[in-house]
Each structure stands twice: as C-alpha cells, then as structure tokens.
Write a protein of this length. Structure first.
Length: 274
C-alpha cells in the first residue's frame, strides 16, 4: 500500500509521519501532457490479501541545511497481517518492520469500490490523529488526475517547537496526483506500465513565541505495478529552521526486492438445482 509520510507510510505514511512533514500549499504539480486514460481493474495495483508480503531495500540520507549528508541503508518488510475494526469500519492491517528506518509500524487501510482510504497508524502522530481518515487513491484511476486529501487549519501540533511552554498550532494540507504510467526497474525486476503517483503535503507551523510561521515540506513519488503493488517510492522532506537549529533535509528511497502476493481462493460453484 502507499506508505504515508513519516513517512505516505507510508505514504506515508504515505506518508511519513503522515501529517508531520509537507509541502507549501498553493504549489501546483505539473502534469505530463498525455491523453486522458482510465485504468481498468485499478484495485489490482493495490493488493491487500492477508498473508501478502513485500521486502524493500531502503536507504535514507539526512543532513542539516548547509552540511554534509549521512546515508544509512536498511531493510523494510511489509505484510498484510490481518484486519481490525476502527470506529465500526473494518480495515486491513499492514505491518512494516522498518519503514523509512523508523522501526516497526502498523498502518490501517480500507479498499473498496471508490478507492483506498487511510485510517492512521500505530504509533502515529498528534497531527495524523486529527486528520484521519482520508483518501489516498480514487477509483476508477484516471491519468492524469488529482484531488485534495485534506486542508485543516489550527491543528494541535502536539509539540512545543520554540520552547515557550506552549504547543504550536499548524495548518496542514495534502494532495495526490496520478501523473502517468512508465516502466521502472528495481531489484525485484522490471515492471512496464507502472502507475506513478505523486503525493504532497504542507505543514505551516505557527510559532507562539515569535508569532511567525515556518513551512515544512514533503514530496513523495510512488510507483505501483499491476498485481504486485508498491514497487518503489522516493521521498524528500525538508524542515526549515524553527527555533535555534538550521533546519533539516531527509531523502528516503525504498525499492522492492521480492514480493509474495496472495490471491483470494476461487469461489466454489454452488450446484444448481435441477
């Protein structure tokens, strides 16, 4: 599934964590010049059968603004582990062992005839808990197309960024664009006609001490292959200086190494009465 930013993750968480980083609102994503196309069997790009398993090779590069970066390699295994009920809604549980090199996470999704909805993660963030649930993919998928996931003002950030004893408020918005189809190669193999989805989020933090605002940005690009699911994602997060630090930049990449996608058993025909 799409990692929410923390990832969308993922995406992620997807993100990642979803709601922690974002992009400045008002920016538009240039769409490729292509003939409009509707993707048939869009659900096959987002398999969620219990027991399915994906192994990703990842690397994360982090550095303070104007300093040399540090690169770390890691492995993340994502498994559809079961179902759970959230506010009366049955969701699929995706367990990731180390998304974005942040340790184990459970993420919750519901896929139905109109798309995929994200119901949060555990552990999550204060911002994420205030904006979920939200849609991450709409069915049928049209290329190109885009929609706004949410736009919330005055959300409790859950953290005192500037050290004055008051938790900051934030304005957060997020959008998704289905940008096109393209071939992509990863350690698991090459995939033709993978769907490229670009997710963006912006988080404007209102600093209570100085009465000024800073904007963090998150841009995530993910590729989904039919019958396989997520095969690669890249993410660029940027947090500008907020208090006394000089800001921070993070770049994350995960590529599929191997996948075991389960299929539902065929229905047993019911004998017709003569």
């Amino acid at each position: 599934m799409l990692h929410q930013p923390q990832r969308l993750c993922t995406l992620a968480t997807l993100l990642i964590a979803a709601g922690l980083f974002a992009w400045p609102s008002g920016e538009s994503l240039a769409q490729p010049k292509t003939h409009p196309e509707a993707i048939e069997d869009a659900h096959l790009y987002f398999p969620d059968t219990i027991g399915s398993r994906w192994r990703y090779r990842g690397h994360i590069e982090e550095w303070p603004l104007q300093k040399i970066s540090e690169t770390k390699n890691y492995v993340n295994v994502s498994t559809v582990s079961g179902t759970q009920t959230i506010n009366g809604v049955t969701v699929m549980v995706f367990h990731d062992t180390n998304p974005g090199n942040h340790g184990p996470t459970d993420s919750y999704y519901r896929r139905d005839a109109v798309g995929v909805v994200y119901y949060g993660s555990s552990p999550g963030t204060p911002v994420e808990r205030q904006v979920i649930p939200y849609q991450i993919v709409r069915f049928p998928i049209a290329i190109p197309s885009s929609f706004q996931q949410f736009d919330r003002k005055g959300v409790d950030f859950g953290t005192d960024v500037d050290g004055d004893g008051t938790q900051e408020k934030v304005d957060v918005d997020a959008s998704v664009t289905v940008a096109g189809k393209e071939s992509i190669s990863v350690p698991a193999g090459s995939y033709a006609n993978a769907v490229r989805i670009e997710a963006r989020m912006s988080l404007r933090i209102h600093l209570s001490k100085s009465k000024r605002s800073v904007v963090s940005t998150d841009v995530l690009t993910a590729w989904f292959a039919k019958g396989v699911g997520l095969v690669k994602y890249t993410e660029h997060q940027e947090m500008p200086p907020a208090a006394t630090d000089r800001g921070w930049i993070t770049e994350i990449t995960e590529e599929l190494e191997e996948a075991e996608v389960k299929t539902l058993p065929a229905a047993i025909p019911t004998p017709s009465r003569q």
